[in-house]
Structures are given as C-alpha cells and as structure tokens.
Ligand binder design. Sequence first.
Ligand SMILES: *Cc1c(COP(=O)(O)O)cnc(C)c1O
Length: 408
Amino acid sequence: MSESPDVTPPVVPFAAPDVGEAEIDAVVEALRSGWLTTGPRAAAFETEFAEFLRTQAGAHAAGGAEAVVPDEVHAVALNSATAGLHLALEAIGVGPGDEVLVPTWTFTSTAEVVRYLGADPVIVDVTDDLLLDLDAARAALTPRTRAVMPVHLAGLPVDRAGVAALAADAGISVVEDAAHGFPALSSGIPIGLGASEAVVFSFYATKTMTTGEGGMVVTHDADLARRIRTMRLHGISRDVFDRYSTPGAGWAYEIVAPGYKYNLTDPAAAMGRVQLRRAVAMRDRRRAIADRYDEAFADLPVELPPREHREDDLHAWHLYVLRLGEDAPLDREAFVARLGEEGIGASVHFIPLHRHPYWRKTYGLDAAAYPVAERHFPHVVSLPLSSGLTDAQVERVVDVVRRTLGGR
Ligand SMILES: *Cc1c(COP(=O)(O)O)cnc(C)c1O
C-alpha cells in the first residue's frame, strides 16, 4: 500500500445544513409522541416565532426608545414559503385581472403564486443592490395593480418605508417575500413586524433556518391570519388539533372554501423550534463569515456584496453574492467551474425572471426593459455561506477564490 502524498482537500458544500443533535432529538421526540401531522408542536412554533420577533424588536429598540411592535402579531406555519405567498395573496383578495408588482431578481415562487390566483405578475427591474427598484415599480402601476412583493434578497433588507409609501400612494397591499430575510431588521424593526399586510419566511433546507421544508406567514391582521389558517387545511373552519382537543365535538367541522393542503407537520415544527432558539447565533456566525470574505477579497477584481445602507438595518446573510469585475482573469462560468474542481460549491442567485422562457413568452418580456439586472447577471456568483461551515472550510474558500482571481 503506497502512501498518497495528496491530502484530499476539504469539500465545501454550497449550502451546508446546520442541524445538530438537539434538532434530531426534537424530531425523534415528536415521532415518539404520535403527533405526525400538525399538532401541539406546530402551534408552539407559531407562538414562539411571533415571540421571537417581538423580542428582537425589544433588543434592537434604539437607546431607551419604545420597541416598535404592532399590537397583534400572528404567525401561521405552512409547509413552504411558496404556500405562504400564495395564501397571503389569496387572503388579501388577489384574483383574475389583478396585477402584482414583483422584482425580476427573485426565485420563480414570488411570481408563480400570482398566476395560481389567475392574476398577472408585473415584473420590474432592480437597483444595483439587486432589490426592487421603487421608481420602476411606481412607473409600472396601473389601475389593476393590487399588491407589491418586495424581496429581501440575500437577506439585505429592502427600504420598507419606501415600499410602504409607494403602497399608500397607490392604495395597494404589501406582501414581503422574506424567504431570505430571517432574522433581519429594516430601520430597527424586525422583518416580520411593520406595516405590510403579510411577511413570508422560508424554512427550506438551504435557508437561514430550516425545517427541511416549511414556511411562516406573519401578519398583524387577525382576519388575514384566520383566512390563511382556514385555507392552509382544505378550507376547514377549525384545524385538526383544535378538533381533537375540544371534548365531545371532535367530529364536527365545516368546509367554508375550497382550500389547500399546506399545513406544517409536528416533526418539522419540532426542528423549527430548536432552530429558532439558535437563530441569532447562526446569523452572527454567517455575518462573521461574510466579514471574513469581505476582508479577504477587498483587493481582488470583484465587487463585494452590498451592505446595509440605512441606520439600524441588519442583514440576515442568507447569501454571499460576489460580482466578478470586468478585469477578472476569467468569466463567471469558468470561475464557478474552477471552484467546482477545487471541491467548492458555488451557485447563481438568481437567473432573473425575465430570462426564463415561461415568463418571457407569457408576458412578451424584453431584456432591454431590465438594464440593471442585465448588467449584473453575467457577473454574479454565490459563495458558500452557512453557519454550518467550519473555519477551515471558510479559509479554503478564501484561498481558492484568491488564487483563482489572481490575489497574492
Ligand atoms: C426559497 C425561496 C422561496 C420559496 O421558499 P419555499 O419555502 O421553498 O417555498 C421564495 N422566494 C425566494 C426569494 C426564495 O429564495
């Protein structure tokens, strides 16, 4: 047996899950309990999620100022953020003939849920920080516009006050796609609280906290929350857990609408409750990794990810989106391939909606209408960013990126 001189380089997955023994124990406990579907753990997860947001508001209230918390915070757990976006739009009454403003720089979920309801997404350009361009959104308003769906891309908070002003002027609703936005703050207020009709979080496997698959809608509107609770489970007027916990009337329910099957299971909620307790520590770890990348790449031919630009904003750091400069020694495709050869997972977030055949053909979209997205798209690359990365993995990414881009 010959000794290999090469040490296998550590592989750095693009989205390393950060799930430990506590999550595993919680899921096992849920399985042993016999509640395999939506039950007490899902209900507790909702209460604790709302409480977490309130606590964040208190923790970040500026020097002695009152924490800005709406009187009511309703959190409704679902089996995905896509389900949450769908039901939020349904609950505010979006339907055929309506238009909803969506940034081109997002995942297809944001726009597809508008189609579920027979309405039309109006896809608008972004600013240089890859967030919805509020001027472009204003220019796209029509008498049919019913809502706007800003996306906290990568975890960078949108200008929520600007969105709220646009919505108030136009008389439309706001549904925030916060799939990347947990836990983050916009102007000192946690994303999830604030004036928007609904804010939707994702607990997909790669997101900042996970239940494998899952999502949460947060709203200050009790009627909206009630409608979403009804529609997430077949349009039944009371959920399974309530039925079983009401003595004597376990069999009784009413169907009040043709609903959906969007409920979150208890084993998934059990995992979410543990992740929630770790959410601040996980965010701090991701921020530390982003800081390390920024410092290590400052002299390279790249543009670093945009940082918070309003006081009291706080980035969730779901993604680290680097942009290769015109003077980089290789293009994005070659760069991603090179990282792959070195065992480093990289990705692209996102291919703008207007570039996908379905959206382009259905709405006759012309790339010329998206000059900012078109300018940035060829250059963006997402590097590994997860609280599950070790220091050695982070340094491996730093080393390979620096070597590949000609850093000394
Ligand atoms: C992941 C994601 C979604 C969908 O989340 P799911 O929980 O997988 O449905 C929606 N919007 C954006 C921007 C996302 O990245």
